[in-house]
Design a binder for this molecule. Structure first.
Ligand code: PEP
Ligand code: MN
Length: 351
């Protein structure tokens, strides 16, 4: 199935009332920039007792919104009952939420319930950063004859996302695209950000990483939304935001651009070689430390020394324009490898 590119799916987090759905649909259609309207009908909520969606009651509202505006409609399905209802109302596009994608039993159930469907089915990344699990979800659909599958990157929970609700971990989404290059991947900046403030920036990042399109939550009266109020945009704000996104070209035929790029890439390659050389030397020194520790019967882990290193590096990096998050990730990787190398030396001593 070929969709227009960039594809824009927009609509409220949840369907709340017929009036809300129809008013939102009309306002979104009026922008001329939205290709598909979304609305959650069954809502997976972290805690019980929160609004869990109006359920199948909302499906006729979506059908009406489509009749009024011509926009195809999309909703989330998480079990076979949802699937059957959505198919019964001929909802055009389906998506599998992040919690469902993380659960193989649910994925299998949904895949069997929509067996052989011609509809487009988007699979969000599982809540945890497991690319294999995301692939598995797609494979279960494909094995049940679902031919039109897409992906939605909505970020990963519990990774210290900082100001964002779900850490984007772009490298995981790019790895998924490398593994499944034929599947269009959209970015869902609304669930990555969790608030309006960063949506434009994250959307632009997605455009610059050559995503196929965006899924953005938009509500006629965001502050009064029954779910995800902080991250929804009015259709007018969405219109402005979409206007501001640059979908840049993948290549340029300009000779000066090509020459400059080549030069910079050579610099990167040479710096990478130097970094690797230095890392290798550092690990050799760690091994020597392991050796003298073994000879002197001292254990490997000396926590205070490591704390000193981290403190020292962070202090020294003050003017280097490297984020603390990056420095911590890099230092953690170096620490793990150092310990592994010292362990190796200790064990050689045991043999
Ligand atoms: C949603 O799209 O409203 C939703 C519940 O998203 P996710 O599954 O990404 O949390
Ligand atoms: Mn939502």
């Amino acid at each position: 199935m070929e969709f227009k590119r960039p594809l824009v799916i927009a609509g409220p987090c949840s369907a709340e009332s017929e009036e809300q759905i129809l008013a939102t649909a009309q306002a979104l259609a009026a922008t001329g920039k939205v290709d598909i309207m979304r609305a959650g009908v069954w809502k997976p909520r972290t805690k019980p007792g929160n609004f869990e969606g109006v359920g199948a009651t909302a499906l006729p509202w979506l059908v009406k919104a489509k009749e009024m505006t011509g926009l195809p409609v999309a909703t989330e399905i998480a079990n076979s009952r949802h699937a059957e209802s959505a198919l019964e109302y001929d909802i055009d596009v389906l998506w599998i939420g992040a919690r469902t994608a993380a659960n193989p039993f649910s994925m299998q159930e949904v895949a069997e319930a929509i067996r052989d469907t011609e509809k487009m089915v988007f699979v969000k990344n599982p809540v945890n950063g497991d690319v294999d699990l995301w692939c598995g979800a797609v494979e279960r659909l494909a094995a049940c004859g679902v031919k039109n599958i897409g992906l939605i990157h909505r970020g990963f929970s519990g990774y210290g996302a900082g100001e964002l609700r779900n850490a984007p971990m772009w490298h995981l989404a790019l790895e998924m695209r490398r593994r499944m290059p034929d599947l269009p991947m959209l970015c869902d900046p609304s669930h990555i950000c969790g608030c309006r403030q960063y949506i434009a920036e994250v959307s632009q990042q997605a455009a610059d990483l050559n995503y196929y399109g965006l899924m953005i939550e938009s509500h006629i009266n965001p502050d009064k939304a029954w779910s995800d109020a902080k991250q929804q945009l009015t259709p007018a704000a969405l219109d402005t935001l979409l206007d501001g996104i640059k979908w840049r070209a993948g290549e340029s035929s300009s000779e000066s651009y090509k020459t400059a790029l080549l030069g910079l890439r050579e610099q990167i390659d040479s710096l990478d070689r130097e970094i690797l050389q230095l890392l290798s030397e550092r690990m050799n020194v760690a091994e020597q430390i392991g050796r003298i520790k073994r000879e002197n019967d001292v254990r490997i882990l000396q926590a205070s020394r490591w704390e000193d290193i981290v403190e020292h590096v962070l202090a020294q990096s003050h003017n280097l324009d490297l984020s603390e998050e990056f420095l911590h990730t890099m230092l953690d990787a170096v620490h793990v490898e150092s310990i592994n190398r010292q362990n190796r030396v200790m064990n050689e001593g045991e043999e």
